[in-house]
Design a protein around this ligand. Structure first.
Ligand SMILES: Cc1ncc(COP(=O)(O)O)c(C=O)c1O
Length: 429
């Protein structure tokens, strides 16, 4: 059966809002390292890693063996029983988090991780008022959509929270465009102070923020922004939830968690994507008294189960043993430097930004900051023909997202950048 026929079957039976990339979508059936092969046998260099999730690479033997071994012994038991790999993983993550007396709760997706963190924070603070950042994305459930400031994903306005949005997002347009880092931070703090002055009685439970906005097109606030924001929150005892679903595990190169660029430690961290290299493992790490605050019992049938926890442990071991954070830093700087230098003449490239292996190229109408989503779509089609997979994002779907596995080699980085430059040059003609 061809990919086209599969696409027809998909359309007939899957929801119409389940987005697919490319005019003729592809099925990726196998992979090795940073490469994947589609159903027709075409090989691609993968600069998107299943949405920043294939962290150590495809087919890493140590991870595959751990999964096979665990699958042959025990796949599932539930949180009603002790699960050694889950406990060991929680111990490791608690230590990696820098949070005092940390406890960990495992879930099966980033959405559910944020839902859990928001539940802990609102229970602890006995308030349903929550702050989020403009241009955010935190998932697709009622609670995650309630703190998602992206109309493209806003499937509902029903909300379990009363939400206020603080300043953040694009630095190309809007209230934060064209100003210095210091001024950005100053305005953010003034805006937050003003906002907190006018919130409803009862106080605010928490702020949820992505250190680098993922779906929002790899937009990032200046380093130190969230430290300044947290200093204000601390005065009101408002908790800080760092959504590290995209920025965790060293992806940003300079630090293990995205929040570390800001010089502060959050009260809660949510994680997903890279930890399991594709296994459905996610969760929230938080101060013990906050995580313990929910006034009822809970179970998680799947969260942190034996199979996913074993796989995640093997994946984490591989990441740390090979210092992939350092690789992300080295290879990411190289890619960004090349892209910045070699796109200078391209009138439609309005910005090259990001950290480590999380790099965005914002495409706009020539010599302007007017978003050009059509150009981004054409770019994706063009790179596909050249056998390179990249992602897309941004409030206007005009940002190219580059986020390969953290194990990407220098040769493959250069190969991908050559294709990107060639495709951008062709589009600029
Ligand atoms: C920052 C962030 N938070 C949460 C989520 C939701 O994660 P999931 O798709 O695993 O539910 C995503 C997904 O892209 C994300 O980028």
């Amino acid at each position: 059966m061809s990919q086209h026929e599969l696409f027809q079957r998909h359309r007939a039976v899957m929801p119409k809002w389940l987005g697919l990339l490319y005019k003729e979508p592809i099925e990726l059936v196998s992979g090795s390292g940073s490469y994947v092969i589609d159903r027709d046998g075409t090989q691609y260099l993968d600069f998107f890693g299943g949405i920043l999730t294939t962290m150590t690479g495809y087919g890493v033997p140590e991870v595959v063996e751990a999964i096979k071994d665990q699958a042959s012994k025990m796949i599932h038991t539930s949180t009603l029983y002790l699960i050694e790999p889950m406990i060991e993983l929680a111990e490791r993550l608690a230590r990696l988090s820098e949070i005092d007396n940390a406890k960990v709760f495992f879930t099966t997706s980033g959405t559910e991780a944020n839902d859990a963190a928001l539940l802990f924070a609102t229970a602890y603070r006995r308030s349903n008022q929550v702050l989020a950042v403009r241009n955010s994305y935190h998932g697709r459930s009622f609670s995650a959509l309630a703190v998602t400031s992206n109309p493209g994903y806003a499937a509902t306005s029903l909300s379990p929270f009363h939400v206020h949005y603080i300043l953040g997002g694009s630095r190309l347009r809007g209230p934060l465009a064209g100003i210095s880092d210091e001024e950005y931070i100053r305005r953010g703090v003034i805006d937050l102070e003003d906002l907190l002055h006018s919130v409803l009685p009862g106080g605010v439970a928490a702020l949820i923020a992505e250190p680098i906005q993922g779906v929002g097109g790899f937009s990032l606030a200046p380093d130190g922004y969230f430290k300044a924001i947290k200093a204000v929150l601390d005065r009101y005892e408002i908790l800080f939830i760092s959504d590290e679903v995209q920025t965790g595990w060293g992806r940003t190169g300079e630090s293990f968690w995205g929040y570390q660029a800001h010089g502060m430690i959050p009260d809660l961290i949510t994680f997903a994507k890279g930890l399991g290299n594709g296994l459905a493992i996610a969760g929230a790490i938080g101060r013990g008294e906050v995580v313990d605050a929910i006034p009822a019992s809970a179970i998680s049938t799947f969260g942190g189960g034996p199979l996913v926890a074993r796989g995640a442990l093997a994946n984490l071991d591989f990441l740390l043993a090979h210092d992939l954070q350092q690789n992300a830093k080295k290879i990411g700087s190289h890619i960004k430097d090349r892209l910045s230098a070699e796109t200078q003449e391209f009138a439609s490239v309005a910005d090259v930004r990001g950290k480590g292996l999380m790099i965005g190229i914002e495409l706009c109408e020539p010599n302007s900051t007017i978003p050009a989503p059509q150009l981004a779509s054409s770019f994706l089609e063009a790179t596909k023909v050249k056998q390179l997979l990249v992602g897309k994002g941004g409030l206007d779907a005009n940002v190219i997202r580059i986020a390969p596995p953290l194990s990407l080699s220098l040769d493959d980085a250069n190969k991908g950048v050559d294709i990107i430059i060639e495709c951008l040059a062709n589009l600029s003609r």
